[in-house]
Design a protein around this ligand. Structure first.
Ligand SMILES: [Zn+2]
Length: 80
């Protein structure tokens, strides 16, 4: 349990544990929507909103956006 780390093209991405249950956070790709990412707690299932790639962004930016959203919410103690 605790921080989940991903290595994405030499960049390390860290996900903080779930603010509600302390479960492990997972970075996920949406199954149907193209280039859409979100972060979900593996234990209670709470997740961030979907982060979709904007036309000017790379898929990595959309992914990082989801990660930032998760980590920011953890700090605020709430999630959408
Ligand atoms: Zn949780």
């Amino acid at each position: 349990m605790g921080i989940t780390e991903y290595q994405i093209e030499r960049q390390k991405i860290s996900l903080k544990p779930c603010p509600f249950c302390g479960g492990e956070a997972r970075l996920k790709k949406h199954q149907r929507l193209e280039q859409t990412w979100y972060v979900q707690c593996s234990k209670c299932g709470i997740r961030t909103i979907y982060s979709t790639q904007a036309p000017y962004e790379s898929w990595k930016d959309a992914m990082k956006c989801a990660v930032n959203q998760w980590n920011a919410r953890v700090e605020n103690g709430k999630i959408d």
